[in-house]
Design a protein around this ligand. Structure first.
Ligand SMILES: C[S@@+](CC[C@H](N)C(=O)[O-])C[C@H]1O[C@@H](n2cnc3c(N)ncnc32)[C@H](O)[C@@H]1O
Length: 259
């Protein structure tokens, strides 16, 4: 009998090299992997023998509701042993990782958590945008654009009054409201970056200010998944001379397998 176990694992933001060594080791030990749409499927190669179940959104629709995912975790852990719940970025940043860990508690399932590199940090970084920088920003907010009630988070208006860098996830459908909140705070000229599919090969970007960004989005046809970064750090970003390089084709990468 295998021990029923759930490990919630962060897959990083998209570039398959931006995953932790611990996550790779855990994937190799999985009996079942339940993974989301934002997980780069290349990462599943780290678990050649595990059963893999896609539980994310397909064409804008959920394949599984959260309650069904919870039930699947429990039933597979009890029947197969080690379930890895692989989530984009970090599972505790707008990832519902803690809800799933809480749910399985009453079933006597062992639990563990492997943090991941959140898109909130890595996606701006790949564009040379530091969320804090001396003289530009002393702090940052990471806010969800869309709350449980499908409204814009009231934290956006609060953040607009601060000097902090503001990184908004799940905010593309609320861009007009975000622009209004910043305009209301007198921040029309604050620089904005929008990064879609950040750290991936199909990454797209748009740069502007609060009063131009909607036009930029339209011209560049930017859409979700994207991160909206608002603040002085956007214009003070470092110019990176190299394009993103994916290392998985290199032999040393392929040799990284843990039994
Ligand atoms: C449900 S949240 C999950 C966030 C994730 N747990 C993390 O730490 O990155 C999904 C949102 O994260 C942002 N996101 C995740 N990966 C992204 C990427 N590679 N590029 C741009 N935005 C991304 C988008 O705003 C997307 O709508």
């Amino acid at each position: 009998m295998k021990t029923a176990r759930l490990t919630v694992v962060g897959a990083g933001p998209g570039d398959p090299d931006l995953i932790t060594l611990k996550a790779i080791k855990i994937l190799a030990l999985a009996d079942v992997i339940l993974y989301d749409a934002l997980v780069n499927p290349v990462l599943l190669e780290h678990a050649p023998t595990a059963e893999k179940i896609f539980v994310g959104k397909r064409k804008g629709c959920y394949v599984y509701q959260q309650e069904q995912i919870n039930d699947l975790i429990v039933s597979r852990a009890l029947s197969h042993g080690h379930v890895v719940r692989l989530k984009g970025g970090d599972p505790f940043i707008f990832g519902r990782g803690s809800e799933e860990l809480d749910f399985v508690k009453e079933y006597g399932i062992e639990t563990a958590m492997v943090p991941g590199i959140s898109s909130a940090l890595a996606v701006p970084a790949y564009q040379g945008i530091p969320l804090t920088k001396r003289g530009s920003a002393e702090s940052f907010w990471v806010i969800t654009g869309t709350t449980k009630r499908h409204t814009l988070s009231t934290d956006v208006a609060l953040a607009a009054q601060s000097n902090a860098t503001v990184a908004i996830l799940m905010g593309m459908s609320k861009l007009s409201e975000i622009v209004s909140a910043f305009a209301k705070a007198g921040k029309e000229k604050i620089p904005v970056a929008i990064i879609q599919n950040g750290t991936r090969e199909d990454e797209k970007t748009g740069f502007g200010t609060i009063d131009t960004i909607e036009k930029v989005v339209e011209e560049n046809q930017l859409t979700s998944p994207a991160i909206i970064v608002i603040g002085k750090v956007v214009e003070n970003r470092s110019v990176l001379s190299k394009n993103i390089t994916h290392l998985q084709e290199q032999p040393s990468y392929k040799e990284v397998r843990y039994a």
